[in-house]
Design a protein around this ligand. Structure first.
Ligand SMILES: C[S@@+](CC[C@H](N)C(=O)[O-])C[C@H]1O[C@@H](n2cnc3c(N)ncnc32)[C@H](O)[C@@H]1O
Length: 413
């Protein structure tokens, strides 16, 4: 069945922790802005409810969770273990007694910290830890993490909720600023350190975050969301059922490293213990360029079995020629991105039901003024992978460069 595109209805969406890891300017904004929740809900609401919805790049779980709130069955696939954990915590159902138990644990942690009854955990092994946090905040976080580990021993769900509260606090106390294209460090303001040096003041921040987390955790979706840890290039070996709808915002070929942005959470929560591991995860992620991933890209050769239309080859050659030092590396980066996406899209054809609809929300990019027409490539790859009526809708302008846009590339199985 082939359907034509409809306009996406506007929606008001209540932002809860279920959509956000930390609020305001303190992080995780770009992956789950209110905008992307609205976009996903808008697309969902153009289909009948009670269907199977897939997001092969599910990140913090916006699509599967939004589907579950509508009474659908949402499935997400995510390669990053921390994001998989976080999305699973958001997707779980929480009963009143578990929430009450977690409230008691917050009081218990408060009492332990006030009594000085806690041995702090080691500082996280992230490089340049003092650049991320000033000493008083770091000392507090080591104590708080230890108190959570010691207190919440009997219930994994209770501990998970406390760790979400902890994650929100650790990013609020950090010197990282996430309000640019990429993360940077705020200029140090010494008065801030003094303001927060008193641990009870900091605990108040944790308590406030926990109230927010618990209030939203109790808002259980009627449907089910399942998040799988895995590589979407091999989706057919991960997902067995056929889906009626796919909505995803895959990585863009823009050199953004999710690992780089997520390092503070991942080191504190034990998902990373050294830089090499970070590079390994980024190498397996599509579009990753962090650490070891960059040096491997330099040696990567374009395989024959890719999808290499003339206009892509031309863009790749132009990028390679533009700059002696990194042109070839960036050309390889873009080529590998599309090679991986091509492998992925061929697999997607196996997990969509006949007539099933796919939406890839993608952004184009440019390197040395060479525009990479990402939306055309997705459209043409979907067509080549056996999808029908592949088409492109421009959604919005992206960033400050005038040629950069975000698109919804749609097609039907
Ligand atoms: C733009 S983000 C998705 C954001 C998501 N919509 C959300 O609500 O947070 C793209 C995600 O794709 C993941 N990813 C990259 N390569 C992957 C792969 N090969 N398989 C599965 N997930 C992958 C990244 O870790 C990242 O979380």
């Amino acid at each position: 069945m082939t359907r034509t595109r409809r306009t996406l209805p506007r929606q008001n969406v209540d932002l809860t922790f279920k959509y956000n890891l930390a609020h305001g300017r303190h992080g995780w904004l770009r992956l789950t802005p209110a905008y992307s929740v609205k976009l996903v809900n808008g697309i969902l609401n153009t289909s009948d409810s009670g269907i199977a919805v897939l997001d092969p790049f599910s990140g913090s779980g916006t699509t599967p969770l939004s589907a579950a709130y509508r009474g659908d069955t949402g499935t997400g696939v995510e390669i990053n273990p921390f994001l998989t954990w976080f999305a699973r915590v958001k997707a779980a159902h929480y009963g009143a007694s578990l929430l009450q138990q977690t409230r008691h644990r917050v009081d218990e942690i408060d009492a332990r910290l006030s009594a000085g009854d806690v041995t702090p955990v080691e500082r996280p092994p992230i490089r340049n830890v003092k650049r991320w946090w000033d000493d008083p905040e770091l000392a507090f976080l080591c104590l708080l993490k230890a108190a959570i580990d010691e207190t919440a021993t009997e219930s994994a769900e209770c501990k998970n909720l406390l760790l979400v509260g902890f994650s929100r606090v650790l990013i609020r106390l950090s010197n990282a600023a996430f309000n640019h294209q990429s993360m940077s460090f705020k200029k140090r303001d010494d008065s801030q350190g003094l303001l927060f040096a008193h641990a009870p003041g900091l605990f108040w921040m944790f308590r406030t975050e926990m109230e927010f987390v618990l209030a939203s955790a109790g808002d259980n979706p009627p449907g089910k969301a399942e998040i799988l840890l895995g590589d979407s290039r091999w989706i057919s070996s991960l997902v067995r059922r056929k889906h009626a709808l796919l909505i995803t915002s895959p990585p863009y070929p823009n050199r953004m490293s999710y690992i780089r942005e997520l390092r503070p959470y991942m080191y504190w929560l034990g998902y990373l213990t050294n830089g090499r591991e970070a590079g390994e995860i980024d190498w397996s992620a599509i579009g990753g360029t962090w650490g070891i991933a960059t040096s491997r890209l330099g040696e990567w050769e374009r395989p024959e079995n890719g999808f290499w239309p003339k206009y892509l080859n031309k863009a790749l050659d132009d990028i390679a020629k533009s700059d002696n030092r990194s042109g070839r590396l960036l050309s390889n980066y873009v080529a590998k991105y599309f090679y991986d996406m091509w492998i992925h899209l061929q697999g997607i054809a196996n997990v969509m039901a006949a007539g099933g609809e796919v939406h890839y929300i993608v952004g184009n990019s440019s390197f040395y003024k060479v525009l990479v027409p990402v939306e055309l490539l997705f459209r043409d790859m979907l067509h080549e992978a056996g999808f029908k009526n592949a088409q492109i809708a421009k959604i919005r302008k992206r960033g400050s460069k005038k040629e950069l846009y975000e698109y919804d590339v749609t097609a039907w199985r």
